[in-house]
Write a protein that binds this ligand. Structure first.
Ligand code: FES
Ligand code: FE
Length: 422
């Protein structure tokens, strides 16, 4: 019932019902109406660089295979055999031309087509409607933007271009500040957290406010100095279609947190070139104090170069996948520093990730209390912060200490949750 959903999320007053963080019915609806309906980031092209490279991941809770064919095209299809549903790949990453199911040996190609099965002659003789061509695996639509591969199971969804809209202008800060493009460094950390997937997503979209408090002691320990409040009159929250980005224009603030001076130097040396490419304003965003979430569940920290997805695993659990994103053309020594710096800050043993995880897990758990659940949460910061800006795209709001992007996240959430589907 859309009216009931709207009562949960009061964006005019900035009040949100705690139910959205624990309710099983709402969670099931999110899988159907959000994760099975929108575009989802599934891989960076560099992860499946060669023909027959593949990896497995999730779209919502549906396991999928992302595979590059001999023709170079990337396909995304369910990691589930059309015979009895077993996984056709138990490996998480690899290179192979055929996927053979472990159960009865049905074999599929890199596009999910059924190409062979044991005792096919018996099928032909005893199964009148047997049609091998119709027994391929259900595929998703696939499109990419500057190295990021997206997929959707919704045939009616508008294209990726429309899904991203003007957010592409911001993504270029990350993906197009160098002519060589980007890549993920080898390796992918997968970890579990006992929290609702929306806590980390909305945190990266718009919770600059927590950084100076939650991460202050971590910053003191690592850098010998706390997290400054940063210049609020020169910081922004922008959002497009529920995708959020918050940033200052301090050029290297995030990069400094990695504790690797060579990275800061690398960024400073490149600043003029980046300005030529993206303009002065965006050149100041490349390594700046900032964070972003691409709706629904893909987050990154420009300058700190962690890139991650929060895969839902029930209302109170996620599987977190993280990578390190770098410019392909960066010297190997700089790539190594990025890897080290990101592991020190945003990995399961990283100082800053542990700070955040505790908060999200505790918030998820306490919101379920039978008395607690009736009390609304406060999302009212920065109600009148919209500004007109000559250069910045999308909805622009002044000051990073602001709940605007979190409200924008929930506006998009509400639109999708209220849509009519069969
Ligand atoms: Fe895959 Fe039977 S379940 S071959
Ligand atoms: Fe944080």
């Amino acid at each position: 019932d859309p009216a009931a959903l709207r009562r949960l999320v009061d964006l005019d007053k900035g009040r949100i019902d705690r139910r959205v963080y624990w309710d099983e019915t709402i969670y099931r609806m999110e899988l159907e109406r959000i994760f099975a309906r929108t575009w989802l980031f599934v891989a960076h092209e560099s992860q499946v660089a060669k023909p027959d490279d593949f990896l497995t991941t999730y779209m919502g809770e549906d396991g999928v295979i992302v595979a590059r064919g001999q023709d170079g095209r990337i396909s995304v299809f369910l990691n589930s055999c059309t015979h009895r549903g077993n996984k056709i790949s138990l490996a998480e990453v690899g290179n192979r031309r055929r996927f053979t199911c472990n159960y009865h040996g049905w074999t599929f190609d890199t596009q999910g087509a059924l190409v062979g099965l044991p005792h096919e002659d018996i099928y032909k003789a005893t199964c009148p409607d047997f049609d091998k061509a119709a027994l391929g695996i259900h595929r998703a639509r696939v499109e990419s933007y500057k190295g990021l591969v997206f997929a959707t199971f919704n045939d009616e969804a508008p294209g990726l271009e429309q899904f991203l809209g003007d957010y592409r202008w911001y993504l270029d800060v990350l993906l197009d500040n160098d002519e060589g493009g980007t890549e993920f460094l080898p390796g992918n950390i997968k970890s579990r957290m006992q929290c609702n997937w929306k806590f980390p997503a909305e945190n990266f979209a718009g919770d600059s406010y927590h950084a100076a408090w939650t991460h202050n002691s971590g910053a003191m320990a690592m850098l010998g100095t706390g997290v400054g409040k940063s210049n609020q009159e020169r910081s922004y929250q922008v959002n497009v279609n529920g995708h959020g980005w918050q940033f200052g224009l301090d050029m290297v603030g995030n990069a400094m947190v990695l504790g690797e001076p060579e990275i800061v130097q690398y960024l400073r040396e490149r600043e003029a070139r980046v300005a030529e490419r993206l303009g002065k304003l965006r050149s100041r965003m490349v390594g700046a104090i900032s964070s972003a979430n691409l709706f629904p569940h893909t987050s990154f920290l420009p300058g700190q170069n962690t890139f991650r997805t929060w895969h839902p695993k029930g209302p109170s659990a996620i599987e977190l996948h993280t990578w390190v994103l770098v410019n392909k053309s960066a010297p190997q020594s700089i790539k190594d520093k990025y890897m080290k710096g990101v592991m020190r800050t945003f990995s399961p043993s990283g100082t800053l990730e542990m700070d955040d995880g505790d908060n999200w897990e505790n918030a998820t758990q306490t919101n379920q209390g039978v008395v607690t659940r009736a009390q609304k949460l406060h999302y009212g910061l920065g109600m009148d912060s919209a500004i007109a800006h000559e250069e910045l795209k999308g909805a622009v709001h002044l000051r990073k200490y602001n709940d605007t992007n979190q409200r924008a996240f929930f506006r998009r959430w509400l639109d999708l949750m209220c849509q009519e589907i069969d």
